[in-house]
Design a protein around this ligand. Structure first.
Ligand SMILES: NC(=O)C1=CN([C@@H]2O[C@H](COP(=O)(O)OP(=O)(O)OC[C@H]3O[C@@H](n4cnc5c(N)ncnc54)[C@H](O)[C@@H]3O)[C@@H](O)[C@H]2O)C=CC1
Ligand SMILES: O=C(O)C(=O)Cc1ccc(O)cc1
Length: 367
């Protein structure tokens, strides 16, 4: 639907860099009827994205309405310059996790800054490549746009329309303010996750086998591609270092409190420990929405399954026979545990029917 600022109506798009984010964008655009063309330095990757239904892995017949650069941050300037040199699109945006450096590169390379606006969808995954892409990845998520003083209203409107077509909420920010904000909410947390996960690399098996949901939550993003993250962090290094330095001061205080408690055999004052835990409560309460949850438009039906061959197949058959389509799926399971938990995401209207039907067939479905 058009809103007052959306003069362009996207009919054609070119996605350059068809990895996780590029293909997710392309899937969303294709599903909304935008003729989407796909390109990647690795043509096999673009062809694979096309096989997934993300668009056509071929040259567009003429300039597209919007080109979306799904490449690492340090590649954005060069790719933008190349695309503009061949007049590939009326407007250009990117999805890179940092915003000041790509703009600086574009300026230095003599790009046309009127037709370009930086963008950053605040959603992702710990996996790379088109196989991990999802058309609903950006649903309900913020999508930052960082217009420069040169950005034309047309380019900004095209990027806003892109965000909305992907189901995201466009937010305008200054590029430097964006980079400071994501140092706190994305880049430093990524390193903290890696640092914690790194403690497990050489840990004893008897400890690692006890891993429960807490450590999985804290370390999930540590499974991401190191090459991409070196690229991201190197473009925002000072701001990330500032956050980690502040964290280091808290860490020092926490270690001191724990050493005092250990030395005092419990008689020492745990005030500093209480303080950090309470500040943690306050911080987590400020995170908007339900972190890590599947898109709110689905209801989740949690089913307990035995750790036996064929259990999942039996469950899927029963869901199918109940006439219910599985929209998404998550499996929680720890090695050695006799049961696992399968979270089946379904349309809310069919959740009660599925629960009743699965219970009738002998499954334990959680409230
Ligand atoms: N991974 C995540 O969770 C998120 C990543 N981003 C940003 O999205 C961008 C892409 O990241 P991912 O999709 O995760 O990476 P990815 O590794 O899955 O995909 C990147 C793709 O770009 C291609 N590529 C690299 N240089 C290219 C060039 N010069 N021309 C054409 N294609 C080129 C690669 O072959 C690869 O297929 C990055 O800028 C990243 O900062 C943004 C939000 C979330
Ligand atoms: O995996 C997740 O949950 C993420 O949120 C990942 C992510 C990585 C990089 C970004 O620039 C934005 C989001």
């Amino acid at each position: 639907m058009n809103t007052p600022d959306s003069a362009p109506t996207l009919r054609t798009a070119l996605v350059v860099g068809t990895g996780l984010i590029g293909t997710s964008v392309a899937l969303a655009l294709s599903s909304r009827g935008v003729a989407t063309y796909l390109a990647d330095t690795n043509p096999a990757v673009a062809r694979f994205a096309a096989e997934l239904g993300a668009g056509r892995a071929e040259e567009p017949p003429g300039p597209v309405d919007l080109a979306i650069l799904g490449v690492p941050p340090t590649h954005v300037g060069r790719v933008l310059a190349d695309l503009q040199a061949r007049d590939a699109a009326a407007a250009y945006t990117d999805v890179a996790s940092v915003k000041a450096l790509p703009l600086g590169d574009a300026e230095r390379l003599g790009c046309d800054l009127c037709s370009y606006v930086g963008g950053h969808p605040m959603a992702g995954r710990e996996r790379s490549g088109p196989a991990a892409a999802r058309g609903d990845l950006f649903e309900g998520r913020p999508w930052v746009l960082t217009p420069s003083p040169h950005t034309s209203p047309h380019a900004l409107a095209a990027a806003r329309e892109l965000a909305r077509l992907c189901g995201a909420l466009p937010i305008e920010m200054d590029p430097a303010a964006h980079d400071h904000a994501v140092a706190l909410v994305s880049h430093a947390p990524h390193l903290v996750s890696s640092l914690m996960a790194a403690r497990l690399a050489d840990a004893a098996d008897e400890a690692v086998r006890l891993c429960g949901q807490g450590i999985r939550d804290v370390t999930r993003i540590a499974a991401s591609d190191p090459a991409l993250w070196v690229d991201i962090l190197s473009c925002n290094a000072a701001a990330v270092a500032d956050v980690l330095e502040a964290l280091g001061r808290d860490l020092d205080k926490t270690v001191t409190a724990l050493r005092a408690l250990a030395a005092g055999h419990g008689s020492a004052d745990p005030a500093d420990l209480t303080d950090v835990l309470k500040r943690g409560n306050a911080g987590v309460a400020r995170i908007p929405g339900k972190h890590g949850a599947p898109p709110a438009r689905y209801a989740v039906v949690p089913v307990i399954i035995g750790d036996r061959p064929g259990e999942l197949a039996r469950l899927f058959t029963d869901v199918g026979e109940a006439g219910v389509n599985i929209e998404d799926l998550a499996i929680e399971h720890s090695p050695g545990q006799p049961v696992g938990l399968v979270e089946i995401s379904v349309e809310p209207a069919v959740a009660a029917t599925l629960t009743t039907e699965l219970r009738r067939r002998g499954w334990t479905v959680q409230e």
